[in-house]
Design a protein around this ligand. Structure first.
Ligand code: G6P
Length: 646
């Protein structure tokens, strides 16, 4: 997730900004940059990128106040590399950037691969101001087209540069002060943003605006103010903070700040006292990244769907697949390749694509696919699913598919990762960085993307308009339902307490929830080291039933769907053998209360979306058991987040 830091005061800004970026490193990022308003003077050669930009002379209608210039440095890679590029006291300029107001950013790519050019801050062609942005501008493609028609050229592939040009365009056209131009430009954007703008023309001035991406203003002593995307870069300077809310904008000077709504109405903001320490802030107040990532799922799913589904029009728009959509929609066969949790998402994808788009699907372990000389025909489409985009076996499967002439698509979370680069087209999850080794939010976002792919394949082919609308309405409603179930965390923790000493667990489900049974079992064994197996519920009588006794908890996913009656029969069979049944079922279903030791309830949704809801209590249960058993939840023994070896 991108990070933002801003500073205005009397100290040198560079070190405060770079230190602030280091504090934000925990959020995950792939490039970093800073812009500092330096005292006036001619700008060095070269515009944005790795050099300094701006000459402090506003062009066009904007008021030209001769003052400073904006020096921008940005680098792909770690903050340490940015530090090196800045040169410090030994740098080519005999020191780093000189100025006491500036902004910084760590970027986690969403639009455009990680690179120096795509890194923030971004500036307009004359370098009059610099902007850092967290979030996604949904309508950036339409805005970009409009601005290109006016002759504007873009250096980067980011949505952020589009916003910069839009602000510039408004200011050039109207001559409004920067603050007003920012305000007007923001009213034309759709999507989520947290932005901070520094101006070369006004070295006593920062603008911060928020809609969907958090921003905090830190109020220091002696005319110092700080801005952060969270409190991590502020905490060593001040504990007095003002939280900006969605739709609010702040103009920050050394001697104070004004907060208004984006529409321009004045606001009185309360100052809060920060009580957390740095480690608590990094994990958003949660004890572990895994719990934070479980809790982030509603927003991750919203980000994943942002700008891609339009329930009113019954449309799905997956920009990354536009050029291959015809080929995908008319595919003879889809082969999903993946490893680990991503393979479980692929299994859900098989049900989704077959039932919605009526195209045959095969799911393969990437490691098996690559070595068994797969038979691929024209008309086959291979989709690789990988959170990291770097898993060695999945990457090899992509290369194998391409060598055999198949169209290879990617569903990755990490933008610019090898699989994302090497596949012919693809869809990003936009789930934000996943740091906990056990995958949680990436799984739900993978299922969400596969649902969107299935619906896009079905659009105009196998689903009528009204059916599409109903499906998309249901999909759009999922994040709030996940929010509801996350409120039951304490109930799940109580359950975990009861079973935390069990040595074995069995997870059973059918249909869409068979892969969830596998994922539930994997989560438990990964982080708590309890042996757990997942099976299709009907397979129980072909072996696992021999294991059932009162020491064997059996988790059934028993949603009221087309397989419900059969699952209940399986529950009866376990109960008859004294097995301890834990069931996951619909919120209002009490039919299982007497048969089961515990019932976890999840909200109602369409059958094909239920994995997005049923997996959540299983993630929480694994998490709590692992914590209660004293395990290292975020870095379980022997496991790696990204498996780049065979
Ligand atoms: C590792 C991770 C899993 C992940 C799997 C596949 O085993 O620990 O959480 O599901 O790799 O990773 P990928 O990045 O390709 O989804």
């Amino acid at each position: 997730m991108c990070g933002i830091v801003g500073y205005i005061g009397d100290r040198e800004a560079e070190e405060i900004l770079v230190k602030g970026l280091e504090r934000l490193e925990y959020r995950g990022y792939d490039s970093a940059g800073v812009a500092v308003v330096e005292a006036g003077g001619a700008a060095p050669e070269g515009a944005a990128g790795n050099g300094a930009v701006g000459d402090g002379q506003a062009k066009g209608g904007a008021a030209a106040i001769p003052s400073g210039r904006l020096a921008v440095r940005k680098k792909k890679g770690k903050v340490g590399q940015l530090r090196e590029a800045l040169g410090g006291t030994n740098g080519p300029r005999g020191g780093g950037l000189r100025g006491s107001v500036g902004i910084g950013h760590t970027r986690w790519a969403t639009h455009g691969a990680p690179s120096d050019v795509n890194a923030h801050p971004h500036t307009p062609p004359d370098g009059r101001f610099a902007l850092v942005h967290n979030g996604i501008i949904e309508n950036y493609a339409a805005l970009k087209e409009r601005l290109q028609e006016k002759g504007r050229e873009f250096e980067s592939s980011t949505d952020t540069e589009v916003l910069v040009h839009l602000i510039d365009d408004v200011q050039q056209a109207t001559g409004l002060p920067l603050e007003e131009a920012v305000r007007q430009a923001l009213t034309q954007t759709v999507g989520a943003y947290g932005i901070v703008v520094a101006s070369a023309e006004n070295p006593d001035f920062l603008i911060a605006a928020r809609n969907g991406s958090p921003l905090i203003l830190g109020v220091g002593d002696d005319g110092e103010h700080f801005i952060g995307s969270d409190a991590a870069p502020l905490i060593e300077h001040t504990r007095q903070v003002v939280y900006l809310e969605d739709g609010e904008m702040a103009v920050v000077r050394r001697d104070g700040y004004d907060v208004k709504t984006i529409e321009g109405a004045d606001l009185e903001k309360e100052i809060h006292e920060l009580e957390w320490d740095l480690e608590e802030i990094e994990k958003g107040g949660y004890e572990h990244f895994m719990l934070k990532e479980i809790m982030e799922q509603p927003t991750a799913l919203e980000d994943c769907m942002r700008g891609r589904i339009n329930p009113d029009k019954g449309q799905v728009l997956l920009g990354g697949l536009t050029e291959v959509m015809d080929r995908l929609g008319s595919a003879d066969r889809v082969i999903l390749v993946a490893c680990g949790t991503s393979w479980h998402a692929a299994l859900v994808g098989e049900y989704l694509i077959e039932s919605l788009a009526k195209v045959p699907v095969e799911v393969e372990y990437a490691s098996e696919f690559r070595y068994r000389e797969p038979i691929l025909r024209e008309g086959d489409v291979v989709i690789a699913i990988s959170q990291s985009g770097e898993t060695a076996d999945t990457l090899a499967a992509v290369r194998e598919a391409q060598e055999r002439g198949a169209l290879a698509l990617g569903v990755c979370n990490v933008v610019g990762s090898t699989i994302a680069r090497e596949t012919d087209a693809g869809v990003y999850l936009h789930a934000g960085p996943e740091i906990g080794v056990a995958s949680t939010k990436a799984f739900t976002c993978q299922v969400c993307v596969l649902a969107m792919i299935a619906l896009a394949m079905a659009e105009g082919r196998t689903l009528a308009d009204d059916q599409m609308q109903a499906h998309l309405d249901a999909l759009a409603g999922v994040p709030d339902k996940v929010r509801t179930e996350l409120k039951r965390d304490e109930e799940v923790a109580d359950l975990a307490k009861v079973y935390r000493y069990a040595a074995n667990f069995l997870y059973l489900g059918r249909g869409y929830n068979f892969p969830v049974a596998l994922e539930g079992a994997l989560k438990l064994k990964e982080i708590s080291y309890i042996h757990a197996e997942g099976y299709p519920a009907a397979e129980m009588k072909h072996g696992p039933i021999a294991l059932i006794d009162r020491f064997m908890p059996v988790v059934f996913i028993a949603m009221k769907d087309s397989t419900y009656d059969k699952v209940v029969s399986n529950i009866e069979e376990v109960a008859a053998r004294d097995g301890a049944v834990i069931a996951i079922t619909n919120a209002d279903n009490h039919e299982l209360d007497d048969l089961c030791e515990y019932v976890m309830r999840v909200p109602e949704t369409m059958e094909y979306l239920s994995p997005l809801l049923t997996v959540v209590p299983l993630q929480l249960m694994s998490y709590h058991m692992a914590v209660m058993r004293g395990c290292d939840v975020d870095q379980p023994r022997n496991l790696a987040k990204s498996v780049t070896v065979e």
